[in-house]
Design a protein around this ligand. Structure first.
Ligand code: AMP
Length: 555
């Protein structure tokens, strides 16, 4: 694997990537950096957020720009204030060892005079949203005369948001432009037209497939009746106790209502939508980044450009009208090589949309059943107990209180304490789910499975449900492995699947069927990889217990 120092970058930049802990360039960085540092080549990068595209253009920009000249030489244009700030934060990290380099972010919704002052301080790189940039040009507060490099980031989003004329204006008013780099997740005809008009023989880099969703994401969908949508959302959240996620709605009203309802039900959640002032938006985003908020409910426009690390789940309360938007939503999770889950709550009539998205992103979706009330309770129970066991008691002076505690609890048994603890933490779930109904649309589900199995030539409905691992091996090609972990360990199928794949560093394609029981599970794995899986899992510890994995037939 190639390293940053082999890409031809200035050594101060290589040092900065080291300091950031970047070990190897991502594919888009590896392909574009050596070409872009020539400074004269136009480029089109078909890549989404999460691929490392900011560094793919940011590092070459910093390499090319002259620190000694104190006027704007590079311009990065992007659709939103959030993205603007994120790009500047990343560039600041990269320029850590370039003391003479200055970068400024200019965006709407905040004082323009401060930004004008910043610009006068002698900056080399300007990161801007189109509207505010035009405003600054009209006030003659920024001079584009000396701009050599223009980057258009999330170009498709900018066109969606109606910035087409602004972008053309910017491109027409940068007469000394030597290179234009355009990044976009999708390639609508309008972008092709703009690139043809303003770019010369651009070098093209596609990361993954055009319009493709990240391969690190498990795409799941759940079919419910429309009046169960909110209930289904709540169930999905409750079934994933460690969730740190974004819920997408189509309307501001839905976003607001869901945030209010879930707040009343005791969840740490807030809404992000177009009716909020910039100050309110910043407050919500700040709380979400700090994880004071566990969940964010957002409309598509409001969530544009958000880059928050470690998001575990994206939930589509409803599918977007425009299926291309799905890629933007799901791309909020599974960033920079980590894994994520994108769950969509759909009605029967929307299943065809899922099929269209599957075709567009070329990834199979997993149709899953909503967990029952019992499933949720069990999951929550194990999560609470797990939290109890893992609580760090090494830092407090608990010995001071121990005699008092012992006295108070002298007549209470350990079992009773545990039961009381469980009741304290867990009662609300038991009560809430006591008479929980089955939310899955069953009749249609069967019909739909038939359709799916026909359209995808899969042998049976049951296999389709299990086919988050494509069933492609005959018995002769697979080995059945036994493992002493099961649902009692707090796993459900997809988290167990993720766990064994993470441990063994194998791809999910090597797996066949998984049978899970309370205490044990059986996993079918491509014969070629069975020993690798056993070697990486057998004997390891899981929550203080030794994992045993072996060939099921040899027991
Ligand atoms: P982006 O696609 O630019 O939004 O980047 C997504 C995330 O990946 C950012 O948080 C970056 O800090 C991180 N990142 C970018 N390049 C690398 C790399 N080569 N190694 C590790 N992380 C990276």
């Amino acid at each position: 694997m190639i390293t940053f120092s082999e890409l031809g970058l200035d050594e101060k930049l290589v040092k900065a990537t080291d300091a950031l802990g970047y070990v190897n360039p991502t594919p888009i960085q590896e392909k574009s950096i050596p070409v872009l540092i020539s400074g004269t080549k136009d480029m089109i990068g078909l890549a989404q957020t999460g691929t490392g595209k900011t560094a793919a253009f940011g590092l070459p920009l910093l390499h090319l720009v002259d620190e000694k000249k104190k006027h704007p030489q590079a311009l990065v244009v992007c659709p939103t204030r959030e993205l603007c700030m994120q790009i500047v934060t990343e560039l600041e990290n990269f320029k850590k060892f370039m003391t003479g380099m200055n970068i400024v972010a200019v965006y709407g919704g905040t004082s323009i005079s401060m930004q004008i002052r910043d610009l006068k301080r002698g900056v080399q790189i300007v990161v801007a949203t189109p509207g505010r940039l035009i405003d600054l040009i009209e006030r003659k507060a920024i001079d584009l005369e000396q701009i050599k490099y223009v980057v258009l980031d999330e170009a498709d989003e900018m066109l969606n948001m109606g910035f087409k004329d602004d972008i053309e204006f910017i491109l027409q008013n940068t007469p000394k432009r030597e290179a234009t780099w355009l990044f976009s997740a999708t390639m609508p005809a309008e972008i092709k037209r703009v690139s043809k008009k303003y770019m010369k023989d651009p070098f093209e880099v596609t990361v993954g497939k055009t319009n493709s969703a990240s391969q690190n994401i498990d795409h799941q969908f759940f079919v419910v009746n429309s009046h169960h949508r909110y209930e289904a959302l709540k169930r999905l959240i409750d079934f994933n106790p460690g969730i740190y996620g974004i819920i997408f709605t189509r309307t501001k009203l839905d976003a607001q209502n869901i945030a209010e309802k879930l707040t009343r039900d005791g969840y740490d959640i807030d809404a992000l939508h177009g009716d909020l002032s910039q100050q309110q938006r910043d407050k919500v985003m700040g709380a979400f980044r700090e994880k004071t908020l566990q969940l964010l409910v957002a409309t598509d426009v409001a969530a544009r450009g958000i880059d928050v690390k470690e998001i575990t789940h994206v939930i589509n309360f409803e599918l977007p009208d425009d299926i291309e938007v799905y890629t933007h939503r799901s791309g909020r999770t599974g960033r920079a090589g980590s894994t994520g889950i994108c769950m969509s709550i759909v009605m029967n009539k929307d299943v065809y949309k899922i099929r269209s998205i599957e075709k567009m992103v070329q990834v199979k979706f997993n149709k899953l059943e909503l967990p029952s009330g019992k499933d949720v309770c069990r999951k929550q129970f194990f999560s609470v107990m797990e939290k109890l066991l893992n609580t760090d008691i090494s830092h407090g002076d608990y010995t001071t209180y121990l005699p008092m505690l012992q006295e108070k609890f002298a007549d209470v048994t350990k079992e009773e304490i545990l039961t009381r603890m469980a009741a304290l933490e867990f009662d609300r779930f038991l009560k809430y789910y006591e008479n929980a109904e089955d939310l899955n649309v069953r009749e249609q589900q069967r019909r739909d499975r038939r359709e799916v199995s026909q359209s995808m030539s899969q042998p049976s409905g049951r296999q389709r449900i299990d086919s988050r691992r494509p069933v492609q091996y005959s018995d002769g090609d697979t080995t059945r492995l036994f493992v002493n972990l099961g649902t009692k360990d707090g796993f459900y199928k997809s988290s167990f699947l993720q766990f064994i794949l993470d441990m063994s560093e194998l791809k999910k394609e090597v797996l066949g069927k998984i049978d899970m029981k309370d205490m044990n599970s059986w996993v079918e794995v491509d014969k070629k990889y069975a020993s690798q899986m056993i070697k990486s899992i057998d004997g390891k510890n899981y929550r203080g217990r030794r994992i045993r994995m072996n060939d099921a037939n040899s027991r």
